[in-house]
Design a binder for this molecule. Sequence first.
Ligand SMILES: Cc1ncc(COP(=O)(O)O)c(C=O)c1O
Length: 344
Amino acid sequence: MIRFDCDYLEGAHPKVLKKIVETNYEQTAGYSRDEYTSSAIKKIKKLCKREDIDVHILVSGTQTNFTVISSALKSYQAVICTDSAHINVHETGAVESLGNKIIAVKNNEGKLSSKQVEKIVAQHYDQDSPEHTVMPKLVFITLPTEYGTNYTKKEIEDIYNVCKKNDMYLYIDGARLGYGLVAKDTDIKISDLPNMCDAFYIGGTKQGALFGEAVVLVNNDLKKDFRYFIKQRGGLLAKGRLLGIQFDTLLDKDLYFTISKHAVELALRIKEAFINAGFKLKYNSFTNQQFVILPNEVFEKLNKEFALYKWEKEDSKNVVARVCTSWATTEENVNKLIEKIQKL
Ligand SMILES: Cc1ncc(COP(=O)(O)O)c(C=O)c1O
């Protein structure tokens, strides 16, 4: 079985593993106080062209999201996100379990708009007793979105401006940030991000690391005591150097973006093959995740040889299949899938 159902099917990029093995017997300080983590942080500051950001490397995406969000909010404050946002549907209520309500609004191809944020803020403050309802305080978006679509710089800047005007934070989930930033449907560079949000993370787990997500805190309010929050939420890894080594390696000589481009190029070849074979796309994605509408029997047939992810039912006769590539996907396997698609 050849798998295309997600982008965390493989271990880690060989350079990451090599570095972990090479440094195996070195003794370093624990809890991310080691020199590999310091070097990774230096590289992130250089990439972001900002020395005044704080960087912390956590273990997983869910942990990163609930740690950042719960540390930013008081108990009566809420998060605004789309109904499709990972924190709203796929994180087992982690944010709510820590006491903060999520206000979810209808997504447009996975995206949230500044107008939607403005509307929620207006609804909250234009009433006699705002304090009887939760206060919107943080906006959560994902770059690229759950559906592989991207935001433009202007779209995020517009959201950020609404946030600033209303004393709110903007936090960007970058679980697949590399795959998003190398795609042709965005004009955002990594160095733009600190100027257009209060916090974001650079995803590692889906992008060549065994595990790890690097959080960048821009707003000074969020920086204070963040290590206390990480520790309390179980995210301060004793052998934190493993996180540092991985990011230090991935961010060396542009490896992170080179492997992202590889995944995106292969995903676009698969997308084209589906279009040429007459299938419709659910979302027009230019990143490593593609969403194709397939008749149920075609999905079943393909799935005998190639694992695709049954994302959702389109209607009684069709499903939406998610097809992912990753840093590790081979051309050989993509060619096999394309041959199969051509024969459908
Ligand atoms: C956009 C996004 N954020 C966060 C996560 C959560 O990551 P994890 O499974 O490492 O907790 C995922 C996982 O698929 C994701 O797609």
